[in-house]
Design a binder for this molecule. Structure first.
Ligand code: IMP
Ligand code: MG
Length: 179
């Protein structure tokens, strides 16, 4: 394991088993619908790649890049850096996200996408940290609910590092010490 990592919280096998469960559930619930998966770049791409291969329903995939502007105490709005390529009006969409923390990103994205009148809009997050939530957003489908820890691996980064790890781990030191 990498020197900066503290412990492995979820192994490759545990993640795979959980994603298989999610895939089964989504395949059941969207059996009669055309599904569009909206992926927020970049952290969620690893999750997307594994999740799509467990789906038994046809799913279109589209990508969006967003950034939050404003300060920590004034979270402000969401800026769309790269919009979806296709319209979503009348479509059944699921936003695929790696992790929900304070919830601002998804809160604002959900508001923005609802204006486009999808038939339905749900959120599927692999990880949820509800203890830190500052908005009313909650995932409709969730892999793991975790405590207030900063995690990396399986697509999730700390300053663009550790995305490549096949497992999920916590960082050894206080984040500030890693600067
Ligand atoms: P929030 O829900 O608006 O606070 O932001 C969620 C985003 O913050 C996620 O999409 C991640 O990019 C990032 N994030 C939050 N918690 C973690 C973590 O524990 N590890 C890695 N990235 C995280
Ligand atoms: Mg992210």
């Amino acid at each position: 394991m990498h020197d900066d990592l503290d412990e492995i919280l979820f192994t490759e096998e545990e993640i795979r088993a959980k994603i298989n469960e999610l895939g089964k559930q989504l395949s059941r619930e969207y059996r009669d619908h055309d599904l569009v998966l909206i992926v927020i770049l970049r952290g969620a791409v690893v999750f997307l790649a594994d999740l799509t291969r467990t789906l038994e329903v046809n799913a279109m995939i589209d990508f969006i890049v967003v950034t939050r502007y404003g300060y920590a105490d004034r979270p402000g709005q969401l800026k769309i850096l790269k919009d979806l390529d296709y319209p979503i009006e009348g479509k059944h969409i699921i936003i695929i996200e790696d992790i929900i923390d304070e919830g601002y990103t998804l809160y604002h994205l959900k508001e923005a996408l609802l204006l486009r009148k999808p038939a339905s809009l749900k959120i599927c997050a692999l990880f949820d940290k509800p203890a830190r939530r500052k908005t009313s957003v909650r995932p409709d489908y969730v892999g793991f609910t975790i405590p207030e820890k900063f995690i990396v691996g399986y697509g999730l980064d700390y300053k663009q590092r550790f995305r490549n790890l096949p497992y999920i781990a916590s960082l050894k030191q206080n984040l500030d010490l890693l600067e």
